[in-house]
Structure formats: structure tokens, C-alpha cells
Design a protein around this ligand. Structure first.
Ligand SMILES: Cc1cc2nc3c(=O)[nH]c(=O)nc-3n(C[C@H](O)[C@H](O)[C@H](O)COP(=O)(O)O)c2cc1C
Length: 232
């Protein structure tokens, strides 16, 4: 299974979201899922902010684009290709000021591309192209924003991610939210991490089951023997 794994925390070794995304990939391997990982750290390789040149080029029909426009879009084209090539997407990020890190927003601005990750149909609708990918969002939060908490209404992260990727065709993303990881006592933080790890282990088991249920890709070799090429 080809996984696009994206981290977005400004923190490195001490990052909880990075640790949790690594943990999830380890669980998948433990479930014997054969992984091909395409890794992107948007805190390091941050896609550029939208510029005027990008805004014009992206809405210019592909066959009308100048060489300069194509060059402007090249990095975004490449990010879209990586996304479309993946079978599964794992996005890990902290909550910053109730929403996503700006580096991840820049990533969304780069991969939301007409003609690539979504297309216009003749009836004027749009159709997102990320329909076959399994998608997991791992978020880490300092406060507790679960239902019933005083911060519940402040969660602008979950709806923003759901909307941005829903537009790209992701109908049922999975969320594992580790909270509270900062504005709480040590026991509550430890419990939050433990809860997140348990949920991730469960998602890994489910993904593994789905992958293992996918028929093997068969091919016939030169001696007419059927052979298994690979599994998703
Ligand atoms: C700049 C900044 C803004 C933050 N804003 C919020 C916030 O709005 N709500 C919240 O619950 N936690 C907030 N936090 C706390 C982080 O979400 C939390 O510590 C999280 O675990 C960090 O994830 P990481 O360890 O992967 O970096 C903020 C942290 C930073 C550094």
C-alpha cells in the first residue's frame, strides 16, 4: 500500500503529532501491511503561499497556459501527483490557534487544483478526485475540545480539514485527536496520549483488514503460470 505521510508540527523530536503518526505506521507494519511510504514534512518543505501568478495560472485552462504559468504551477503539479498516486493519506498536525498550522494550509492551497485533484463536470458541478484513498487525520491539541468541554465550540480544525478534503472527494476521513496534551495535568495528558494510541491501533487493524481483503493483482508469466504481482 502506498502511503503519503505528511507531518506538519513546528516541533521536531518533542512533537506529539509526529510521534503519533510514526506510531500509526509502525502499527500498520505490525499488522503486516506492506508499506511504500512517500514522506513529506511541510514544516520543513513548506509549499509557497498563493501568489498572484499562481492565482492566475491555476484558473487558466491547461492548454492556454504559458511556459511561465506552467513553471509557476510545477511544484503544485508535483504535489498533486504524489497525492493522487497514494492509496492512503496520513496527515498529522497540531492545532494552532484553533485551526491548522499555516504550513499545512499552504499545502492544501497547493494541492487543491482544478483539472488535477478536482474536475468540473458538464453539469457545472465539481468532482473531487481523491475518492479511492483512505484518509487519516491525526491532530494534537493542547486543550480538550471534546463534546461537553468548555472549548468544544472552538474547534475550527476538524471542519476546515473535512471541508477542504471533502471538496477533493474524501467522503469519510478518520480523525484521531489527541487532547488535552498541554493545558491539563500530567495524568490527563498521559491518558489522552494513551487514548489516541489505542484509537490508532484500531484504525491500523481496520486498514490492514481492508488491504488484506483486496484481491491480489495477478499476472501471467512467460510460462503461462499465474503469479501474484503485488497487493495494494
Ligand atoms: C503557536 C501555538 C498555538 C497553539 N494553539 C492552540 C489552540 O488554539 N488550541 C489548543 O488546544 N492547543 C493549541 N496549541 C497547543 C498544541 O496544539 C499542542 O501542544 C499540541 O500537542 C502540539 O502538537 P505537537 O507536539 O505535534 O507540536 C498551540 C501551540 C502552539 C505552539
Amino acid at each position: 500500500m502506498k502511503i503519503m505521510h505528511v507531518d506538519a508540527s513546528a516541533k521536531r523530536e518533542r512533537s506529539n503529532s509526529r510521534a503519533l503518526s510514526r506510531y500509526f505506521l509502525e502499527r500498520l507494519r505490525e499488522e503486516r501491511v506492506n508499506l511504500e511510504v512517500d514522506y513529506l514534512d511541510v514544516a520543513v518543505d513548506t509549499p509557497p503561499h498563493v501568489t498572484e501568478a499562481f492565482a492566475i495560472a491555476t484558473y487558466t485552462p491547461a492548454h492556454e497556459r504559458t511556459a511561465a504559468m506552467k513553471a509557476t504551477l510545477a511544484a503544485s503539479d508535483a504535489l498533486c501527483e504524489r497525492l493522487l498516486a497514494a492509496d492512503a493519506l496520513v496527515f498529522a498536525m497540531p492545532m494552532y490557534n484553533w485551526s491548522m498550522p499555516s504550513a499545512f494550509k499552504a499545502y492544501i492551497d497547493s494541492v487543491t487544483r482544478t483539472g488535477l485533484t478536482y474536475v468540473h463536470s458538464e453539469d457545472g458541478r465539481t468532482a473531487g478526485q481523491l475518492v479511492r484513498q483512505k484518509v487519516l487525520f491525526i491532530t494534537s491539541r493542547g486543550a480538550d475540545l471534546r463534546a461537553g468541554s468548555p472549548y468544544e465550540s472552538m474547534d475550527a480544525l476538524t471542519p476546515a480539514l473535512t471541508a477542504a478534503f471533502g471538496f477533493l472527494g474524501v467522503a469519510r476521513p478518520t480523525f484521531v485527536d489527541a487532547q488535552p496534551l498541554q493545558f491539563a495535568n500530567p495524568a490527563a495528558r498521559a491518558e489522552a496520549l494513551e487514548r489516541a494510541r489505542a484509537e490508532l491501533a484500531e484504525v491500523a487493524v481496520n486498514w490492514a483488514k481492508q488491504v488484506q481483503a483486496t484481491p491480489h493483482v495477478l499476472a501471467v508469466d512467460r510460462d503461462n503460470q499465474v503469479m501474484t504481482l503485488c497487493q495494494e
